[in-house]
Ligand binder design. Structure first.
Ligand SMILES: *[C@@H]1O[C@H](CO)[C@@H](O)[C@H](O)[C@H]1NC(C)=O
Ligand SMILES: *[C@@H]1O[C@H](CO)[C@@H](O)[C@H](O)[C@H]1NC(C)=O
Ligand SMILES: *[C@@H]1O[C@H](CO)[C@@H](O)[C@H](O)[C@H]1NC(C)=O
Ligand SMILES: *[C@@H]1O[C@H](CO)[C@@H](O)[C@H](O)[C@H]1NC(C)=O
Ligand SMILES: *[C@@H]1O[C@H](CO)[C@@H](O)[C@H](O)[C@H]1NC(C)=O
Ligand SMILES: *[C@@H]1O[C@H](CO)[C@@H](O)[C@H](O)[C@H]1NC(C)=O
Ligand SMILES: *[C@@H]1O[C@H](CO)[C@@H](O)[C@H](O)[C@H]1NC(C)=O
Ligand SMILES: *[C@@H]1O[C@H](CO)[C@@H](O)[C@H](O)[C@H]1NC(C)=O
Ligand SMILES: *[C@@H]1O[C@H](CO)[C@@H](O)[C@H](O)[C@H]1NC(C)=O
Ligand SMILES: *[C@@H]1O[C@H](CO)[C@@H](O)[C@H](O)[C@H]1NC(C)=O
Length: 661
């Protein structure tokens, strides 16, 4: 049918372009806004925040010792080709910014590597390049140009040098930058150019200076090195960095890269020039065809909303669409939804553990009697399919067959936060107590995810059901926000928010005004977040709340009472035996209370909440007595309106206020 006809057409064109494109790599990042995340591979302790790559992250207040991270461009570089007997040349420029913290260490490196993962324990002197057991092994397949800010070995020239590392942390060549008048870790931008000329096998590095009068490029070294002798044909390019006992903020603020084609002899290029017009004509005719087909399909109103074809079309039109699975595959992955594989029961479905292609996954089977489930399903797939954040549970795929709706998620080995945060008196086994650091990291993670949903995506997304059982924990006990079943897109400009006929949400986490309006807003999300912060800090369940008794919220009243008595931090989970940072805990608890302010206009935004958690902003003001709930809520006075707008979306954070966002 016409469908497959267009598919095959498209395939041919894609292939043609893939052949032209794949052999050369070229990109320009003047800075790193959130949208660039999907082009990058962030591994280890790396992060993308405040428009910069934090090759090792910086969360204010959290310790940053012993970190190692790598950020690589997702699309690899075809460096050389054995069959063509040819190697690519490349140029890369980037702006490095290192902010010293405790003394300075350890450093950053520009890397070309076969592997896109980071070796374990590559923190400290290893710069995220190798570790104690892999150092000097040819199997590392890595070449690094290090910017070393600590003298870790007697062979190191000093604490301010560049060096070439081949499969090893010991440089084959190094140059100190001190005599050139550069200081790598001085909280200043260091614009660097790395060039590789494959014909003369010349690897060179220069640093650009920017004086008021002229822009000069100072050559630092050029060294003969045949990269193809040490690296496989295809490599990843990017950066690695580490901290040890000595710490620093390791950032890349901009990055350009260009490489030459290697797969085309001039004869092939000629052929390409002849073919190109043909391809173009094919392309245009295909686009016209697709448009006609689309219009035809669209104009036929007999196509039902829940026609599987329509659903598929809706999903596929969203970029980075999750994979579609066959029911058969998912049945065999979960041993036919075996009860033994059951992980839990969620808002509107049961979750099973499955094994797909040797990979553990969580399969959510949306219950048949959950109303409007087709719409919920489309909302969930489209919403999640477009969201990419390290603190969100990733949707891998979906299936809609024989009236079965299934969603396939990343498997989270440590289950939900609810399972580990609440102390059970009569628990049969010894319970694992989360440390304060872990708790703080979890809260920060949830705040980052919500800040992303509220301010970081193209369209604002509300979560609508924030609670401990919807927060999953990955293998490193980092928070991952899950279950977007209730999320609906709302346009940032729309003041009247989307309404649901029935109240969706969980008692204990619902803002008081929500019972009146039935409208979910960014502020009701903030309320749910506030309750969650208190729970995580105190290790207590939120307590009783119902339609009748909507303002009676156990944990909020309890913490507020302690705050009034000037004993706020007494609320912190007693199981921690006082092992927590007093200041950090107090800020978190005050933030929790401020988020649970009965007046929605007085609650901070998620962006401000995140700044409080990272120590960039002071904790919000909290009145000593919990104000009574009034409806309609009074709008803020002019002064507090000003305060409020200060935390609003467009605030520009100066670079020195880097934080783990
Ligand atoms: C960092 O690593 C060093 C060496 O492995 C170790 O001695 C130190 O205790 C570690 N520090 C922290 C905070 O983990
Ligand atoms: C590969 O190319 C180089 C020059 O670019 C040439 O010297 C060498 O002989 C070639 N090797 C093979 C196997 O063709
Ligand atoms: C790299 O830059 C040099 C000088 O600016 C230029 O001659 C060369 O063609 C560039 N190479 C690539 C791969 O862009
Ligand atoms: C990257 O390339 C753009 C445009 O080609 C240029 O304006 C910018 O200065 C370059 N950035 C760096 C760090 O070289
Ligand atoms: C700062 O570094 C020194 C050694 O360089 C170390 O002894 C000290 O513990 C570090 N301080 C902190 C707060 O990490
Ligand atoms: C070094 O990294 C490899 C690969 O991640 C890992 O298997 C090995 O255990 C690590 N060695 C040490 C000493 O951590
Ligand atoms: C270090 O930073 C200061 C302040 O930005 C600047 O004046 C100084 O020139 C820098 N030193 C070096 C060696 O780059
Ligand atoms: C580089 O600058 C930092 C901060 O200004 C300073 O602490 C450090 O000693 C300097 N390093 C060198 C090698 O001059
Ligand atoms: C290597 O490349 C650099 C930068 O293009 C150049 O200045 C230098 O002369 C080259 N060295 C050799 C030996 O070709
Ligand atoms: C040079 O410095 C000026 C002022 O400090 C700045 O406006 C300009 O963008 C810089 N140019 C480059 C190429 O970094």
């Amino acid at each position: 049918m016409e469908n497959s006809f267009f598919h095959s057409h498209l395939l041919a064109i894609c292939l043609a372009f893939a052949v032209i494109q794949v052999e050369c790599l070229e990109f320009t990042y003047p800075s790193f806004p959130e949208e660039t995340r999907s082009n990058l591979l962030l591994t280890g302790d790396s992060n993308l925040a405040v428009d910069a790559l934090q090759v090792t992250y910086d969360v204010r207040g959290a310790p940053i010792t012993n970190l190692s991270g790598r950020v690589l461009h997702k699309e690899p570089l075809k460096l050389w080709s054995k069959s063509k007997n040819k190697t690519a040349s490349f140029n890369s420029t980037f702006t490095l910014r290192i902010v010293p913290q405790n003394s300075s260490g350890e450093g950053v490196a520009f890397i070309l590597a076969a592997e896109n993962s980071i070796p374990e324990n590559s923190y400290g002197q290893w710069l995220g390049i190798v570790n104690a057991s892999t150092n000097e092994l040819a199997s590392n397949n890595i070449i690094a140009i290090e910017f070393d800010t600590k003298k870790s070995y007697s062979e190191d020239l000093d604490n301010n040098h560049v060096g070439i590392d081949v499969n090893s942390i010991y440089s084959i060549y190094q140059v100190s930058l001190t005599s050139y008048g550069f200081n790598i870790s001085n909280d200043t931008d260091l614009p660097v150019r790395i060039q590789y000329d494959a014909v003369s096998t010349n690897l060179s590095l220069s640093i650009m200076t920017n004086t008021t009068w002229n822009n000069k490029e100072i050559p630092i070294f050029s060294y003969p090195l045949d990269l193809s002798q040490h690296l496989p044909e295809t490599v990843y390019v990017g950066f690695s960095a580490s901290t040890g006992v000595a710490t620093e903020l390791n950032c890349i603020r901009s990055w350009n890269f260009t490489s030459t084609y290697i797969n085309y002899s001039s004869k092939n290029m000629l052929l390409l020039y002849i073919l190109l017009p043909g391809i173009l004509v094919l392309c245009i005719s295909c686009l016209v065809g697709i448009f006609v087909w689309w219009k035809w399909a669209h104009d036929r109103d007999w196509v039902q909303e829940d026609d599987p074809r329509m659903i598929e079309q809706k999903i596929q039109s969203s970029t980075m669409a999750p994979k579609k699975f066959r029911l058969k595959e998912l049945k065999s992955a979960t041993k036919n939804f075996n009860a033994k594989r059951k992980l839990g029961k969620g808002g509107f479905g049961t979750v099973y553990k499955g094994i797909l292609n040797n990979r553990e996954v969580a399969v959510k089977r949306v219950s048949e009697n959950s109303r409007n489930n087709i719409q919920d399903f489309i909302a969930e797939v489209v919403t999640i399919g477009n969201l990419h954040h390290k603190n969100l549970v990733k949707l891998i795929g979906w299936c809609y067959e024989s009236n079965e709706l299934l969603l396939v998620y990343e498997f989270m080995p440590n289950g939900s936060l609810e399972k580990v945060i609440f102390y059970e008196e009569n628990a049969s086994t010894e319970q694992y107590v989360l440390s304060w650091d872990t708790r703080h990291r979890i809260i920060c993670g949830v705040a980052q995810a919500l800040d992303y949903l509220h301010f970081g995506c193209e369209k604002r997304v509300l979560h609508r059901d924030i609670k401990a059982s919807n927060i999953m924990l990955d293998s490193g006990y980092n928070a991952r926000l899950g279950d977007f079943g209730l999320a609906r897109m709302i346009q940032p400009s729309e003041q009247t928010h989307h309404t649901t006929k029935e109240l969706a949400g969980t008692p204990g986490y619902m803002a008081p005004e929500y019972f009146h309006t039935g409208h979910a807003t960014a502020e009701t999300d903030v309320y749910g977040f506030g309750v969650l912060v208190l729970e995580v800090a105190c290790g207590r369940k939120p307590g009783y709340q119902s339609e009748v008794n909507k303002f009676n919220n156990g944990i909020v009243d309890w913490v507020w009472e302690l705050y009034k008595l000037g004993r706020t931090t007494d609320a912190v989970d007693s199981q921690l035996d006082g092992e927590f940072y007093e200041e950090q805990a107090e800020a978190a608890l005050l933030l929790g209370l401020a988020c649970c302010h009965p007046n929605p206009y007085q609650r901070p935004t998620m962006r401000y909440a995140l700044q409080v958690l990272t120590g960039e902003a002071p904790p919000p003001f909290v009145p000593v007595d919990r104000p009574a709930f009034m409806w309609p809520a009074t709008r803020p006075s002019i002064r507090s309106e000003l305060d409020y707008s200060l935390h609003d979306v467009g605030q520009i954070t100066p670079f020195t206020d880097l934080s783990g966002r």
